[in-house]
Write a protein that binds this ligand. Structure first.
Ligand SMILES: Cc1cc2nc3c(=O)[nH]c(=O)nc-3n(C[C@H](O)[C@H](O)[C@H](O)COP(=O)(O)OP(=O)(O)OC[C@H]3O[C@@H](n4cnc5c(N)ncnc54)[C@H](O)[C@@H]3O)c2cc1C
Length: 387
């Protein structure tokens, strides 16, 4: 059995960010990450706005940046432009190799890949983790395994399938990302296309649904193929990578019902995901920074929810409206994109909005309908796992 001061379960966004932050805060104890996947895994691209508080190790390693981003529906298009706070993307493979390089220089840090955590038991005041690669004993676990999806909520699921393509002729505008292109209401839910153009001949094209029930991403393939053919005017392309997911668009925080501070949850499991968007990367970075400071300063670990209550409440209300009146989906997003300045939009998406900016978002929504849903959600709140 291997003894270590801290075990992090999962080398995904939050696990890797926590290891980075522990290093940057000069933690001198031993840390082991136990990760189910293989070391070479590069299965997603994390995007976020650079809101001037990114740590250098991330800003210097961002893979792509866009000063502009777009939203479009049958009714028209809106482009936002904010070169000082660009939309940024970081490949999971980039963060992983950065962290692997760091770990190779630090004998007290390690990442064990291909290692499935099966069981956690308490023994003599410590946690003992039984895995496919042996046993670890530790006084502190940070668990970042995302919890299984469930249906006891009034939210939605974000289901998507994306293909990174390379073309022989110019096909993309690399100065602008498509956040929600051709957004429309369909039987399966709100549909839109997300495009990250890395160059004129290389882009990620992702078909996304906000739906009331999970959709198996692979079943989206025929629709995605037809969208790609249409965009590329049937020009042939080389698929270079695929990414997919079904993300929970409802409130999650396993720490809420957890009295054991020696086994804390992080990442999606710890409440880092914004329910209305599926974004969690920046929240996990802020959470990791905060937790690393507590650990290094030997303070008692105190869980703080990564997303402020105002945003959690607004998101849940917005999702309830979307779930109960899906036909309004396109108009809700159109109102928001039309009403907000780029900076206000970034601040709201990154949970850095001032009160007046939050008021602008609320004001852009149909007020009577939201008020009605607010009253209904209050009355029904004891029947859901939402807040
Ligand atoms: C394809 C995709 C694209 C996304 N794009 C964005 C984006 O652009 N911006 C954004 O903010 N968010 C994005 N998200 C949402 C979210 O930020 C990511 O899912 C993010 O990776 C969540 O981080 P996490 O640390 O909570 O979980 P994960 O990154 O999923 O990490 C959890 C880790 O735990 C490991 N694990 C699970 N079970 C075990 C076990 N039993 N033993 C050992 N290890 C285990 C998993 O293999 C995984 O590596 C995206 C999600 C997906 C799926």
């Amino acid at each position: 059995m291997t003894e270590t001061d801290l075990v992090i379960i999962g080398a995904g966004a939050s696990g890797l960010l926590l290891l980075q932050e522990l290093h940057h805060h000069k933690f001198c104890g031993s840390v082991t990450i136990l990760e189910r996947k293989a070391a070479s895994n590069d299965d997603r691209i994390w995007s976020f706005w650079d809101y001037h508080q990114l740590p250098d190790y991330l800003r210097e390693n961002v893979d792509y940046q866009w000063p502009k981003w777009r939203f479009s529906s049958a009714a028209g298009q809106r482009e936002m432009h904010e070169p000082t706070q660009p939309y940024c993307s970081l490949r999971s493979g980039t963060l992983r190799s950065l962290t692997d390089d760091m770990v190779n220089k630090l004998p007290s840090f390690s990442i064990i890949y291909d290692c499935i955590v099966d069981q956690i038991e308490q023994y003599q005041g410590k946690s003992v983790l039984t895995t496919s690669k042996g046993q670890w004993s530790t006084p502190q676990i940070i668990d970042t395994r995302p919890p299984p999806l469930h249906h006891r909520h009034f939210g939605l699921f974000q289901c998507f399938l994306g293909i990174e393509v390379e073309t022989e002729k110019d096909a993309f505008d690399p100065s602008s990302a498509d956040l929600m292109d051709d957004i429309k209401n369909t039987e399966q839910g709100l549909e839109f296309v997300y495009v990250l153009p890395f160059s004129k001949r290389h882009a990620l094209i992702e078909l996304t649904y906000f739906s009331a029930a999970p959709i198996v991403p692979k079943t989206l393939e025929p629709r995605l193929q037809s969208i790609i053919n249409q965009r590329l005017h049937s020009q042939s392309f080389k698929p270079v990578r695929e990414e997919m997911g079904t993300l929970p668009m409802y409130s999650i925080d396993l720490n809420r019902a957890n009295a054991n501070s020696a086994h804390l949850y992080g990442g999606i499991a710890g409440g880092a995901m914004r329910a209305s968007t599926g974004y969690s990367f920046l929240n996990s970075q802020r959470w990791a920074n905060d937790l690393a400071q507590q650990i290094v300063n030997h303070r008692q670990i105190h869980h703080q929810r990564p997303i402020a209550r105002t945003y959690r409440m607004l998101d849940l209300l917005f999702l309830r409206v979307l779930r109960t009146t899906p036909e309004l989906g396109v108009s809700l997003y159109t109102r928001m994109f039309q009403a907000l300045e780029a900076k206000t939009f970034i601040h709201f998406m990154s949970e850095r909005a001032s009160l007046s900016e939050i008021a602008q978002v609320v004001w852009a929504m149909p007020k009577r309908l939201f008020l009605l849903k607010l009253v209904k959600s209050y009355l029904k709140s004891n029947r859901s796992t939402d807040e």
